[in-house]
Design a protein around this ligand. Structure first.
Ligand SMILES: Cc1cc2nc3c(=O)[nH]c(=O)nc-3n(C[C@H](O)[C@H](O)[C@H](O)COP(=O)(O)OP(=O)(O)OC[C@H]3O[C@@H](n4cnc5c(N)ncnc54)[C@H](O)[C@@H]3O)c2cc1C
Ligand SMILES: *[C@@H]1O[C@H](CO)[C@@H](O)[C@H](O)[C@H]1NC(C)=O
Ligand SMILES: *[C@@H]1O[C@H](CO)[C@@H](O)[C@H](O)[C@H]1NC(C)=O
Ligand SMILES: *[C@@H]1O[C@H](CO)[C@@H](O)[C@H](O)[C@H]1NC(C)=O
Length: 619
């Protein structure tokens, strides 16, 4: 015990220069957090990307240098590729990242919502949606993406979840991508991982990788009740949902080291300063991939510190800029749907379905339960005290301590169609507004939620049928892309979501919920008050208001053997262009039945190995 306490003390005295062993310095820590929170509340999200793209002399292009590989984007996938390629000493690598280095504030997982309002986000919204996001300003979904060293792992919910084995088997067997079955990708999941949580299914986890995966403590009194009630509905309790079995209810595994968020940069790039052959270049916004007459990619044009640069690649360029920015960059470079590019006066180099097939997990945030117990009545100060002792709530991502996956057959060999994320504490109006940019009447509604005693059961469809798109607004890179996920545009999704919600509502009638006096909190959703509460039409109305993204957009540079329908082949190589790959969540074959960060990391590992193999290095 004493050793544990001392090591906790030691951790905080050395890390980030904040000495929390003495009261005075705890005050500094609280002040740092307070300052960041107030800054977030006043932050104005920019309309365009002009800030990063300000150029002093628009006609002057500087030569940056020659590299073997240039990687664009230091996010979940890009950081892994840069790190792994730099293991080959004679290769010289440049990693371009539009955002900057992170700080101590982002290390606190529970503060992520404030980073949604900071320079660490791209500040994207969807187009106004017909069938979703009506509780949010302009009927637009807030489509957050991280910007900085670590990409979206800077501000995500830090849930480590790979999905069901059938997901990857389909990548190979249904979509025709050799090498992508679960059996073949499992070694890559394990390679990056440093699992420290127990109990776990050992043969499914790695312990020598840089990505630390941990449990944190769970809400006493609440989580055991939820697990017992879920079991009463026929869900199995699983100790390790990333192990032998996947469908059931489990305690969340987090990208967490001690109490700190693990980003792809903290895991894979922290030692980059010691690597002479890897240059990490922050605040470097790539605006064009340069492609020669023979359709070979040879360089990248980017803007850094007000100057335009060109860097050249002797071997390859790898785009890892994420689901919205990777298609944007490809289209700006002349790779994309012919008609669309022509309409914007962009010279077409390769006709390709870039930006089509936007796929996302959708999430309904309208199922809430009330209890009589104030599980979450700590002040911010108390929460920070708990945090430095490695205790929830701030260690538990954005509050999702339990996950459940389910298919209708209750068959483990089949992947799930739905997921439940139990979120605790619930969001009130202020926090709800930070997360979703609510309309005033919905802020008022969320203020009826009591974050101390209530919890959310967010209901997700992990394989919705609706597909959307990413297109360009113009050929100017400072214009944000047009993102239209078309949530619930497919009628089948509405029925599946209704079915999933009905299942979750059954919790209300379990003996365990009754014993503990947990009950459904029925709110009067503005816009639906003319309908009979809890009737099917009322729920369908609520879906329109409170369905949004689960922040897992992917598929806009899809992988498959058919260049008409896909952008890359099973080795991430862009059809029609040599020396160019896209590796990130945009290049999935299909979304997994889980969360997407682990998949992006696995893809980064596999991509780096494919590159090493091509150039004949032992792996
Ligand atoms: C709010 C939120 C919560 C989430 N929660 C979870 C979770 O709990 N678990 C989970 O598994 N997943 C979660 N995700 C999703 C997950 O984080 C992403 O799917 C994953 O990070 C995607 O990885 P990526 O490599 O495709 O892109 P990213 O990680 O987004 O990285 C792309 C990088 O490229 C940079 N970039 C973009 N354009 C350019 C350019 N032109 N020039 C230079 N650099 C550029 C970006 O700044 C960024 O750093 C969440 C996402 C969000 C938004
Ligand atoms: C947030 O805190 C960090 C220290 O971790 C500090 O460097 C940064 O300036 C703060 N950000 C704002 C916007 O106040
Ligand atoms: C906080 O909750 C605990 C029980 O969970 C209770 O004993 C305490 O009185 C509560 N404090 C406040 C301020 O509500
Ligand atoms: C809700 O968020 C928006 C966008 O950040 C902000 O402009 C508005 O003032 C917020 N509303 C309230 C009541 O806090």
């Amino acid at each position: 015990m004493l050793i544990a306490l001392l090591s906790v003390f030691f951790l905080f005295t050395v890390k980030g220069g904040i000495c929390l062993g003495e009261n005075g310095n705890f005050e500094d820590f609280v002040n740092m957090v307070d300052t960041n929170i107030s800054a977030a509340k006043q932050y104005v999200i920019s309309q365009w990307n002009d800030e990063v793209l300000k150029v002093d002399k628009p006609n002057r292009v500087h030569f940056y240098g020659y590299y073997d590989f240039i990687i664009i984007g230091a996010g979940a996938a890009g950081a892994v590729i840069a790190s792994r390629l730099s293991e080959i000493n004679k290769w010289k690598i440049l990693l371009l990242e539009a955002g900057g280095p992170t700080n101590d504030f982002i290390k606190i997982p529970g503060m992520a919502l404030y980073s949604f309002h900071s320079d660490f986000t791209w500040g994207y919204n969807s187009t106004p949606q017909e069938n979703a996001c009506h509780a949010f300003l302009n009927n637009e979904c807030f489509m957050i993406q991280g910007k900085g060293l670590g990409g979206t792992t800077i501000l995500n919910a830090a849930i480590y979840s790979r999905g069901h084995s059938e997901d990857f088997d389909r990548w190979e067997n249904v979509f025709g991508n050799p090498g992508w079955s679960y059996e073949k990708v499992l070694p890559y999941f394990k390679k990056s991982e440093h699992a420290v949580f127990t109990p776990r299914d050992e043969e499914y986890h790695g312990v020598n990788g840089p990505l630390t995966i941990s449990h944190t403590n769970v809400t006493p009194g609440l989580n055991p009740v939820l697990i017992k009630a879920a079991e009463e509905l026929g869900l199995d309790y699983l100790e390790d949902y990333n192990g032998r079995y996947h469908n059931g209810i489990s305690i969340t595994q987090f990208d967490l080291k001690g109490n700190e968020r693990v980003t792809s940069a903290s895991a894979f790039l922290d030692d980059f300063r010691n690597k002479k052959n890897l240059e990490v270049s922050p605040f470097s916004f790539a605006t064009k991939i340069l492609i020669d007459q023979r359709k070979r990619a040879y360089g990248v044009r980017f803007i850094k510190n007000g100057k335009i640069y060109v860097a050249k690649a002797r071997k390859e360029i790898i785009v890892s800029a994420g689901t919205f920015n990777s298609p944007q960059l490809l289209m700006l470079s002349g790779i994309g749907p012919e008609d669309h590019l022509k309409s914007l006066q962009i010279k077409v180099i390769q006709n390709s379905p870039v930006g089509k097939n936007l796929e996302d997990h959708l999430m309904f945030i309208g199922v809430h339960f009330r209890t009589n117990t104030p599980f979450n009545n700590h002040t911010l100060r108390e929460q920070l005290k708990l945090y430095i002792n490695h205790q929830r709530p701030l260690t538990a991502g954005i509050g999702c301590e339990l996950l459940a996956f389910r298919n209708k057959q209750n068959d483990e060999t089949k992947r799930p169609y739905m997921e439940i994320m139990f979120n605790n504490p619930s969001f009130d109006g202020e926090v709800g507004n930070l997360s979703f940019l609510l309309k005033p009447e919905y802020i008022e509604l969320f203020n009826q939620i009591n974050p101390a005693t209530d919890f959310w059961a967010n209901v997700l469809l992990v394989h919705p049928k609706s597909r959307g798109s990413v297109t360009l607004r113009s050929k100017d890179p400072k214009h944000k892309p047009i993102i239209n996920p078309q949530f619930l545009s497919n009628e089948e999704d509405v029925e599946s979501l209704y079915d999933a919600v009905q299942f979750v509502l059954k919790l209300n009638n379990t003996p365990t919920f009754k014993e503990n006096n947990f009950r459904l909190l029925v709110l009067d959703y503005p816009g639906c008050t003319h309908l009979e509460k809890l009737s099917k039409p009322w729920w369908l109305c609520a879906f329109k208001y409170l369905t949004t993204t689960e922040y897992h957009p992917g598929g806009t540079n899809r992988m498959c053997p058919d260049p008409k329908n896909c952008v890359v082949n099973s080795k991430f190589q862009v059809y029609g262009i040599e020396n160019l790959r896209v590796t990130d969540i945009s290049s999935i074959a299909e979304l997994n039945s889980g969360h997407t960060h682990a998949v992006a990391v696995m893809m980064g590992e596999k991509s780096a190995d494919m590159i090493k193999q091509k150039y004949k290095f032992e792996i």
